[in-house]
Design a protein. Structure first.
Length: 166
C-alpha cells in the first residue's frame, strides 16, 4: 500500500510538514486572533485550527504515500473492481467480449482503459490524472478522492491562516 518512505519524496514531505507546523506556531506566538483567544480561555477556534492543520498533514501523508493504482502485472484475466461489492458485481451481466487493452510502450504491460504511463514514476497508473510534484506521487484511481479532500482541507487552512495573519 505504501511506497518506500525514504525515497525521493522524503525531502519534499519533510519540508512540507516542517513549514506547515512552523507557520502554525508563528500564528500562535505572534499577536494574532488565535493567541488572544487562547489567552482569554476561548479555545474553540484555536483547537479547531490545530485540528484542521493536523488533518491536513495526515491527509497529505495518506495521499503522498498511497498507491495511486499502479498496474503491477500483466493479469489480463483479472478485472479491477475497486469499490464494487460482490452484490453489485453479480448485477453486472457477464460478457464474453473482452475489454480492449493496449500495451504500454514503456513497460510493455497491458493497460486497461483510461490508464497511462507516468514518466516520473515509471509505472502505469489506472485512471491516471497527473503526477503531483508536491506530494511526489501520481494521482490516480485509488487516491483521487483523498487528493481532492486534501486540497479542500488545505485550502481551508490556508485561507483561515491568511485571514488570521492579515
Amino acid at each position: 500500500m505504501f511506497k518506500n518512505v525514504f525515497g525521493s519524496g522524503f525531502v519534499v514531505r519533510t519540508a512540507h510538514v516542517i513549514l506547515t507546523w512552523v507557520i502554525t506556531l508563528i500564528l500562535f506566538l505572534h499577536d494574532t486572533e488565535l493567541r488572544k483567544q487562547e489567552e482569554t480561555g476561548q479555545l474553540v477556534q484555536p483547537v479547531l485550527f490545530v485540528l484542521l492543520v493536523l488533518g491536513s498533514v495526515l491527509l497529505y501523508f495518506a495521499v503522498s504515500l498511497m498507491d495511486p493504482g499502479f498496474i503491477l502485472s500483466d493479469d489480463s484475466g483479472l478485472q479491477f473492481t475497486l469499490g464494487v461489492t460482490e452484490e453489485q458485481q453479480d448485477m453486472i451481466p457477464p460478457t464474453t467480449k473482452s475489454l480492449r487493452q493496449r500495451r504500454c510502450g514503456h513497460c510493455l504491460l497491458q493497460q486497461p482503459m483510461r490508464s497511462k504511463h507516468c514518466q516520473t514514476c515509471q509505472h502505469c497508473v489506472r485512471r491516471y490524472d497527473h503526477h503531483c510534484p508536491w506530494i511526489e506521487n501520481c494521482v490516480g484511481e485509488r487516491n483521487h478522492r483523498w487528493f481532492v479532500l486534501y486540497l479542500a482541507v488545505q485550502l481551508l487552512v490556508l485561507l483561515w491562516g491568511l485571514h488570521i495573519a492579515w
